[in-house]
Design a protein around this ligand. Structure first.
Ligand code: HEM
Length: 399
């Protein structure tokens, strides 16, 4: 049975469609593997939930051997970020940031998200075709976050370029040094946002950066390094993921024209369709945890300091939890997919991503009654990252 298991995130064919490779991992304990360092693969839904909900046994701190850790040092310069920290640091950061990154701030963005989506679709409408990734999925989240942070929308191409380079660092195998180009992009990103934060300190506005500068409780506030680290985390965690949700989701609709028709006829299904897109082909394939002690999951013993791959996208297709998991069905009753994680690190931006995607799909389907794949039989091409799964381009016909 073991020889059927193949897991290689650096193999392009594996990354293009990892789902068949997950099947032999179901219904068994986490699978041990050594790819440069000791790892364990977790695909079962129940095991994934157990790990994500137990931050005491399963840490989010980076291991010293990983390329992430080096990226971490270059980009965050030693400041803690909530994604890669455990309590009490995580609790403190999440609490302070949540004072500024509020549900109301997200709700207030709705009219602007509609406007930006309409503008982007209008631009594409002058041609016979829309390239979903470049025309809609990439600019929308970056323009929304720029607006939220209070930085000029025209600058988005610059910081998008830098953050794309930084995201590529997850392709560097553990133990290998980071390429200079990636380190330089991290430095440029830091310099750009340090200046933006300084400007808000001198002249506060009603944007998120100003609110983060002001965020404090009785005897605590974010220091300058933590604030910068959080803004960078928002860009990295928020943009590429939302872009990929719109791209992957549109491909799923294009390949399932009956579901596309259903959505067109019943636009109120958009939020539920987005949940199914997140479950079926989510933007985050996997997250990672580490155990300091020996742990047992599903009866298997896992040695200390193992890199535990909690494969969210695999758990979202676990046949023990989801009926007919490989079917894309936008009317499916939501059943706790793990695309946004679970436990204390549950995605802080989930409401924003859901809102943007529901608006984008609603607007695209309404604007283009003949929306369909431009090349139904073409092979889909993905960007380089395994962790953040997303198409490099997607052509849809609109006339
Ligand atoms: C479809 C889009 C998105 C997906 C699929 C996604 C997915 C995730 C996942 C799986 C985690 C947990 C990782 C872990 O437990 O190791 C996470 C955490 C996080 N996400 Fe998202 N995310 C998305 C969009 C966003 C957006 C738009 C923002 C902000 C603007 C954002 C900000 C964050 C932050 C700050 C964390 C860290 C939370 C913590 O550690 O407490 N995400 N996201």
């Amino acid at each position: 049975m073991d020889e059927q298991i193949y897991f290689n995130p650096w193999d392009e064919a594996f990354r293009a469609n990892p789902y068949p490779y997950y099947r032999p991992l179901y219904g068994r304990p986490p699978y041990p593997l050594n790819l440069f360092i000791p790892m364990a693969l977790v695909a079962n839904y129940d095991h994934a939930v157990e790990i994500l909900q137990d931050h005491q046994r399963f840490s989010s701190k980076q291991q010293t051997t990983s390329a992430f850790e080096e990226q971490d040092r270059t980009l965050f310069a030693g400041s803690a970020t909530m994604l890669f920290s455990d309590p009490p640091t995580h609790t403190r950061l999440r609490k302070l940031v949540s004072r500024a990154f509020t549900p109301k701030r997200i709700r207030d963005l709705e009219p602007r998200i509609r406007e930006i989506s309409a503008t982007l679709l209008d631009r594409a409408a002058t041609r016979g075709e829309i390239e979903v990734v470049a025309d809609l999925a990439t600019p929308l989240p970056v323009m929304v976050i720029a607006e939220m942070l209070g930085i000029p929308p025209g600058d988005y191409e610059r910081f998008k370029h830098w953050s794309d380079r930084v995201v590529e660092s997850d392709n560097v195998p553990p133990g290998m040094p980071l390429p200079e180009e990636i380190k330089q992009a991290a430095r440029d990103l830091r310099a750009y946002f340090s200046a933006a934060i300084e400007a808000r300190r001198r002249a506060p506005g009603d944007d998120l950066i100003s609110a983060l500068v002001a965020a404090h409780d009785e005897n605590d506030a974010l220091d300058a390094g933590e604030l910068l680290a959080f803004v960078l985390l928002l860009l990295l965690a928020g943009n590429e993921t939302t872009t990929n949700l719109i791209g992957n989701g549109m491909l799923a609709l294009g390949r399932n024209p009956d579901q596309l028709e259903l959505l067109r006829g019943r636009p109120e299904l958009a939020p539920r369709a987005v949940e199914e897109m997140l479950r079926y082909d989510g933007p985050v394939q996997s997250t990672v945890r580490h155990n300091r002690e020996v742990v047992e999951i599903g009866g298997a013993r896992i040695e200390p300091e193992t890199m535990i791959f909690v494969i969210l996208a695999a758990a979202n297709r676990d046949p023990a939890h989801f009926r007919d998991p490989d079917r894309f069905d936008i009317t499916r009753e939501p059943d706790g997919h793990l695309a946004f994680g679970d436990g204390i690190h549950f995605c802080l931006g989930a409401a924003l991503a859901r809102l943007e995607a529901a608006i984008a799909f609603g607007a695209a389907v309404a604007r283009f009654p003949r929306l369909r794949l431009a090349q139904p039989d073409a092979t889909a091409h993905y960007k380089g990252s395994y962790f953040l799964r997303g198409l490099s381009a997607l052509r849809m016909a609109i006339k």
